[in-house]
Design a protein around this ligand. Structure first.
Ligand SMILES: *[C@@H]1O[C@H](CO)[C@@H](O)[C@H](O)[C@H]1NC(C)=O
Ligand SMILES: *[C@@H]1O[C@H](CO)[C@@H](O)[C@H](O)[C@H]1NC(C)=O
Ligand SMILES: *[C@@H]1O[C@H](CO)[C@@H](O)[C@H](O)[C@H]1NC(C)=O
Ligand SMILES: *[C@@H]1O[C@H](CO)[C@@H](O)[C@H](O)[C@H]1NC(C)=O
Ligand SMILES: *[C@@H]1O[C@H](CO)[C@@H](O)[C@H](O)[C@H]1NC(C)=O
Ligand SMILES: *[C@@H]1O[C@H](CO)[C@@H](O)[C@H](O)[C@H]1NC(C)=O
Length: 468
């Protein structure tokens, strides 16, 4: 009798130990993956000489989604909106959509009918440290209706830089456009050809940041984990085996809308064919931020890559060799962002009703209001879940959202934190090479260190961006 009990207990103990070990190994390998994946885009960026936009997107968003920079306070959702005149967010957005479609004349009649199902294709165009992960996540949170992809062009860029280390920007932009078009159409085949190692029978374990997409981690897309010691968690919500892209495509088709976030599209112009494809109803949201703040933020986040800037800031009293390659790169970034924004704001026929410019600073200060405007613009209902998610991931409290007290001052402090981390000389350099871009977006110049550090001087103009 005793023996039987003892054996039973030993069996249970052994089972428990095995299970524990399994999960420890999984966790460890998970950590390793987290460490490894983010490195690659940075390394790659080192080589992309001819591509001026700084490419690091180290994917630092943790599963608990802390968005420290967007940790500002929301303003009342019923605030007067400043953008598109389609303020009253939420589900009442269809008016703006239909207006935009019909107003674009005969050329877009085809689009209107093709999009009769109301299927929207949203491209979030950003550069790093502009809050694009936050906005992407906001759309991802529409889970039930949204198929969201986080930076699929990562694979394309990596593949294109593999041979030479240098990317041919115009050739790359065609690949980007074609891959995006196919992904919007729920077709993964072209992306597959860029995934390394190549998927076997349309199954891959290597899709960049798969776990960032709720749709790719749903039960139906989650193939069972093969019993293997080093099998790792590939999703936050459940343990999934390698991704079967056939299932991913089916999941995409089953969702009502598609959103793709990218920091790799340099020129809006190159995406024009997406707006002319009768199968698509494409909307672009361009996210921008004060380039001085971006530099300050990148110097912290990607410190090894920005060592040159840090050295300039620390020695020589911040003297910067203005002819340096790094400075030229910054200037190139700023000019490209400006060119795209000017194009979007000038409202050419092909972009009419399809372009929205959003400043990071406005999202940080008024997350709820800005989210409502973005959803209104896209014509996608702003769900209670997404509202709830904003409440949980910004410092907005229910009281603040209901406008009990003004939070403006607090929030601008949050948004302008960078002013105390960037040496004045560096801020000056940014102003010098990014001046026109800053003016376009309403970022004020400082002409002395005192002003930079003076909290009562706002460096942000209240600005409406109306597409003409
Ligand atoms: C609009 O364009 C289509 C073909 O693209 C043409 O058949 C139709 O007649 C045009 N309608 C008007 C009002 O011009
Ligand atoms: C980039 O690619 C295009 C098309 O493949 C080619 O015509 C062009 O010469 C290339 N540019 C460079 C600098 O290699
Ligand atoms: C991927 O999913 C499809 C659709 O369910 C299935 O037919 C196919 O066999 C799967 N591929 C593999 C390698 O399991
Ligand atoms: C990624 O960036 C974050 C800051 O956003 C930083 O804290 C983190 O160390 C970076 N991770 C890697 C692997 O470089
Ligand atoms: C900032 O907000 C906090 C609560 O979020 C509040 O306690 C504090 O008084 C505010 N500070 C200012 C300067 O408004
Ligand atoms: C900060 O700016 C305000 C408003 O321009 C000015 O009145 C104040 O004297 C400045 N403070 C310092 C320390 O320069």
């Amino acid at each position: 009798m005793r023996n039987k009990y003892a054996i039973l207990i030993i069996c249970i103990v052994v089972l428990v130990i095995i299970e524990k070990e399994n999960s420890i190994i999984s966790r460890v390998s998970d950590k390793l993956t987290l460490r490894q994946t983010p490195q690659t885009p940075q390394t790659m960026a080192e080589f992309t000489v001819s591509a001026p936009i700084v490419l690091e997107d180290n994917g630092s968003v943790s599963p608990t989604l802390p968005y420290p920079d967007i940790a500002a306070v929301a303003s009342p959702p019923d605030d007067r909106g400043v953008l598109m005149n389609t303020t009253q967010g939420g589900g009442t957005s269809s008016t703006s959509t239909s207006t935009s479609t019909t107003s674009s004349g005969n050329g877009t009649v085809g689009v209107a009918t093709a999009a009769a199902g109301g299927r929207k294709h949203i491209l979030l165009v950003a550069s790093t440290r502009t809050g694009s992960s936050f906005v992407g996540e906001l759309f991802n949170q529409q889970g039930a209706t949204m198929f969201y992809l986080f930076e699929p062009l990562w694979h394309v860029e990596r593949q294109l830089t593999l041979d030479t280390g240098v990317i041919n920007a115009s050739a790359a932009s065609w690949s980007y456009r074609d891959v995006l078009r196919q992904l919007f159409l729920c077709d993964f085949r072209m992306l597959e050809s860029f995934i390394n190692p190549p998927p076997l029978e349309h199954v891959t374990a290597a899709l960049f940041r798969r776990e960032s997409s709720m749709a790719l981690c749903e039960e139906e897309v989650c193939s069972p984990v093969v019993k293997e010691v080093f099998e790792r968690y590939r999703c936050r919500t459940r343990r999934c085996g390698p991704l079967n892209l056939t299932l991913a495509a089916a999941a995409c088709r089953a969702k009502q809308h598609v959103t793709i976030k990218t920091v790799r599209v340099r020129q809006l112009e190159t995406m024009r064919p997406l707006t002319e494809d009768p199968r698509l109803d494409t909307r672009f949201i361009q996210l921008v931020r004060d380039p001085r703040a971006i530099l300050a933020s990148r110097m912290v986040a990607f410190s090894s890559k920005y060592q040159t800037w840090k050295t300039w800031g620390e020695v020589n009293g911040g003297e910067v060799p203005i002819e340096d390659e790094e400075v030229k790169k910054l200037q190139g970034n700023c000019n490209q962002i400006k060119t795209s924004a000017e194009l979007g704001l000038s409202g050419p026929e092909w972009l009419r009703g399809r372009y929205m410019l959003v400043r990071y600073e406005d999202i940080a200060r008024y997350p709820m209001q800005k989210a409502a405007q973005m959803f209104a613009f896209t014509g996608i209902p702003f769900t209670p879940q997404a509202r709830e998610w904003i409440l949980q991931n910004t410092h907005a409290t229910a009281e603040e959202v209901h406008g009990v007290y003004s939070t403006q001052k607090n929030s601008s402090e949050q948004v302008e934190k960078w002013r105390f981390s960037i040496p004045f000389k560096l801020a000056q350099v940014v102003q010098q090479v990014c001046g026109p871009t800053m003016q376009l977006f309403g970022y004020k110049f400082v002409n002395s260190e005192q002003t930079l550090l003076n909290k009562s001087v706002s460096l942000l103009e209240e600005r409406e961006f109306n597409v003409s």
